[in-house]
Write a protein that binds this ligand. Structure first.
Ligand code: BES
Ligand code: ZN
Ligand code: ZN
Length: 506
């Protein structure tokens, strides 16, 4: 994990491998952003011109590496684009700073120490830069023997110093502490998502959750196959039936003595989704280790809430199973008796996420939390609708859906509200059971949402986040987002918990 400090050192005198400076897109070419005045001065005030000569514009996401001039101790200056000049009072958007810091930290992989001389106007800016740098420095090379050779290996940037803040100021300290706890848990979620499914199964995932919960004073309970059978969790058992690794339901309870509200987070934790008997074709199963990203997000959010001491009770439910075809697997045509007592005709074993979630949502409802939020890589349809960077928000309450959308925006996570049109319910009518696990193909993401809604306890506020798009980045890294597991929804959940603690549930 990358170390991070706030420093009052002068950018020019600091011993580091690189100084990171911001550059904005001015009317007449790139302009050095404030925070890097001394560095610009060492270039005789011509850093902007030098960058322009090199073809840089200051556009968002742009990174330019330059040799440092004499008068700057670090050998390299790394200029990161911040986009257009900030509109009012010179304040930069948090997400702009987060992304720039992330791109810089990623570019500096292999370096020991970097000083970030980006514009810092308040504690929020320092927190955003810290968050971006710590997320951008992330690398998953646990399975790369080649990366372990110090000659070829490029470990993540080891140390970040943020300049321009007030290290002794309470608000600054808190912002950095928050960034450290949040990113450490988010990066752990990324690790879990990236871990290959031959090493991460329901049992090993539950063990990781158990260990972390113990470390942070969170109560943890793991239901194994026997306990699930006794409890009548037909959905979770049905999905896990074909696998050699049995399913689990993990409950994590974080309690604050000052809590006035209780949130329940429910995560889809399919450690591998082969599709089951309705097997996915090649081309659709290579990344399906990511199908537990919802559970990873819930896990990370509960631990982060505990580490931050948020004044709200948060219960996390991880519905863990491996969806495999075998002689013991659930067949298309089988009927499952769910935890809630409802029966479900399984028409497609690849629509398994809603089955494990239905049991966990019904169980979570028994505690009558103030709200339930489930998070899931649920449908390819949601990916079709919103692309690979935006998650969909569905809810049985407009204000709550709006509140989650705001939490997402405040966190820098692209999200969009989606409807739950009731007319789509009849497509799931089953001639044999209470409901089928599939409906109309068109609007498949909404159909899945409607299915889940049937398992939410009477009168409970509920929202569903379909993160199938943003959970796993198959394209090139961007900003603070790496290839592979992204940690989607972790920051939104933590922000929602913070808002709830502050009395703003929506
Ligand atoms: N895990 C998949 C959804 C998914 C697709 C996640 C792509 C991430 C990337 C889910 O279990 C699934 O297979 N859903 C089916 C449902 C259908 C059979 C009703 C789908 O979306 O095709
Ligand atoms: Zn599936
Ligand atoms: Zn799935």
């Amino acid at each position: 994990m990358t170390a991070l400090t706030l420093s009052t050192a002068a950018a020019t005198g600091l011993r580091a491998d690189a100084i990171v400076v911001g550059v904005v897109k001015g009317d007449k070419g790139p302009v050095v952003a404030h925070g890097a005045e001394a560095v610009d001065k060492a270039y005789d005030g011509k850093l902007g011109t030098v960058l322009e000569t090199l073809g840089a514009s200051g556009g968002e996401g742009e990174v330019t590496k330059l040799p440092a001039p004499s008068g700057v101790k670090a050998p390299i200056v790394l200029a990161v684009g911040l986009g257009g000049e900030p509109e009012k009072d010179g304040a930069y958007d948090s997400e702009v700073l987060r992304r720039a810091a992330g791109a810089a930290a990623r570019t500096l992989a292999g370096s020991k120490k970097a000083a970030f001389a980006l514009p810092v106007d308040d504690a929020e800016d320092a927190g955003a830069i810290a968050e971006g740098a710590l997320l951008g420095a992330y690398a998953f090379d646990a399975y790369k023997e080649s990366a372990k050779d110090p000659k070829d290996g490029k470990g993540p940037l080891a140390e970040v110093a943020i300049l321009g803040g007030k290290p002794r100021d309470k608000a600054y300290k808190a912002a950095v502490e928050r960034a450290l706890a949040l990113t450490e848990e988010l990066n752990r979620a990324r690790d879990l998502i990236n871990t290959p499914p031959n090493d991460l199964n329901p049992e090993s995932f539950a063990a990781v959750a158990q260990a972390a919960a113990k470390e942070h004073g969170i109560k943890v309970q793991v239901l194994d196959v026997k306990a699930l059978e006794k409890g009548g969790y037909g959905g979770i058992l049905g999905v896990g039936a074909g696998s050699a690794s049995g399913p689990r339901l993990v409950k994590l309870s974080y309690k604050s003595t000052k809590a006035k509200k209780h949130l329940a987070f429910v995560g889809k934790g399919i450690t591998y989704d082969s599709g089951g008997i309705s097997l996915k074709p090649a081309g659709h199963n290579e990344t399906m280790k990511c199908d537990m990203a919802g559970a990873a997000a819930v896990f990370a959010a509960v631990v982060a809430a505990a580490r931050l001491g948020l004044e709200v009770n948060v219960t996390g439910w991880l519905a863990l199973a491996e969806n495999m075809p075998s002689g013991s697997a659930t067949r298309p045509g089988d009927v499952l008796r769910m935890y809630s007592g409802k029966t479900v005709e399984v028409l497609n074993t690849d629509a398994e996420g809603r089955l494990v979630l239905a049991d966990a949502i019904a169980k979570a409802s028994e505690e009558t939390p103030d709200a339930i939020v489930d998070v899931a890589t649920l449908t390819g349809a949601m990916m079709m609708a919103l692309g690979s960077r935006t998650f969909g928000i569905m809810a049985n309450d407009d204000a709550f859906r709006g509140s989650i959308h705001e939490a997402a925006e405040e966190s820098g996570e692209p999200a969009w509200p989606m409807p739950l049109p009731t007319h789509l319910r009849k497509g799931m009518d089953s001639s044999t059971a209470d409901i089928a696990n599939m409906g109309e193909r068109m609007g498949g993401g909404l159909v899945a949402g409607l299915f889940l809604q049937e398992f939410v306890g009477e009168g409970i506020t509920w929202a569903h986040l379909d993160i199938a798009g943003p959970a796993f980045n198959e394209s090139a890294p961007f900003g603070y987002t790496p290839k592979g597991g992204t940690g989607s929804a972790v920051r939104t959940l933590v922000r929602l918990a913070e808002r709830t603690a502050a009395g703003d549930l929506g």
